[in-house]
Design a protein around this ligand. Structure first.
Ligand SMILES: [Zn+2]
Length: 279
């Protein structure tokens, strides 16, 4: 497949942010970085406490020679990230991390002066535990005011699985009662957030767009490999042909529209900026 997306070096263009007039750059807090975009301000929050690599063995379709040529024999740099968007006077949280004892979402929000009760909306890309685990604290909703949005296709997909899978995926949502909102394709979302179906990783995996920011969820688990080779899936992708189709579609959409991508498993800081490359 044509290596059609950004040159890999562009993945780390974020490192240049501090010298960029238009961006606020680093907040001075470990694993937290705020960037000002067209009509919103987005803060990357790293949830993982320890450095994170996606294991090479999770990409069985990648040849050893390809992995070696990219220098990825020891794993692909990754993160477990969430994103906080300030827009129209509201606080929007995209996914909630793992909710592990050493997860950094809570202390990162604290350091930004944000209380869990300040979060207005939570948008979930999908229902894997590393994205919903932070929704509960001691079994009760951690975000007492937040209205929660998730794709109905995603919700229904998990309810059709085994009882164990269903409970782990749906449990954190049910605790939110009537503050849980299931949306269908084409539905409008609060604060002008646009939903883009990107199924395959999970039944209703969803990408969100606000202005020139594209929050791509788990479209890639090894960006250094998959940005150039979107035909390669991680084992985590439930429906691999659909995941490939979605990955190609989203990467192409981001490139053609010069969008900043924010990915939950991108290497830190978890943004990919447009390279300026044109067709
Ligand atoms: Zn994930």
């Amino acid at each position: 497949m044509k290596n059609f997306f950004f040159p890999f070096a562009a993945l780390f263009a974020a490192a240049a942010l501090s010298s960029c007039d238009n961006n606020q750059g680093n907040t001075g807090i470990e694993g937290v970085m705020t960037v000002k975009l067209d009509n919103a301000e987005v803060t990357w929050i790293r949830d993982n406490a320890e450095p994170r690599l996606t294991e090479r063995s999770l990409f069985p379709d990648a040849s050893d020679s390809l992995i070696q040529s990219l220098g990825l024999e020891n794993g692909i740099p990754a993160s477990m990230s969430t994103f906080l968007v300030r827009k129209d006077g509201k606080l929007l949280l995209f996914d909630t991390g793992l909710g592990a004892e050493n997860s950094r979402l809570g202390i990162s929000l604290d350091s930004l002066g944000i209380d869990a009760g300040d979060i207005d909306f939570i948008f979930l890309t999908h229902l894997h535990g590393d994205h919903t685990g932070g929704m509960l604290a001691a079994g009760i909703p951690r975000f007492p005011k937040a209205e929660v949005y998730v794709s109905e296709t995603e919700y229904n997909g998990w309810t059709a699985m085994s009882e164990k899978q269903k409970i782990s995926a749906i449990g954190p949502l049910e605790a939110y009662g009537d503050r849980l909102h299931l949306f269908s394709e084409g539905d409008s979302l609060p604060c002008g957030v646009k939903q883009i179906p990107a199924y395959g990783h999970t039944p209703g995996h969803t990408v969100y767009q606000t202005g020139n920011l594209l929050i791509v969820g788990d479209i890639m688990h090894g960006a250094a490999l998959q940005s150039a080779h979107p035909e390669i899936c991680a084992d985590f992708d439930m429906d691999k042909p659909a995941a490939i189709e979605s990955r190609v579609k989203i990467l192409d959409y981001a490139r053609k529209n010069s969008l900043v991508m924010a990915g939950m498993h991108f290497p830190e800081p978890a943004f990919i900026f447009p390279s300026g490359e044109t067709d």
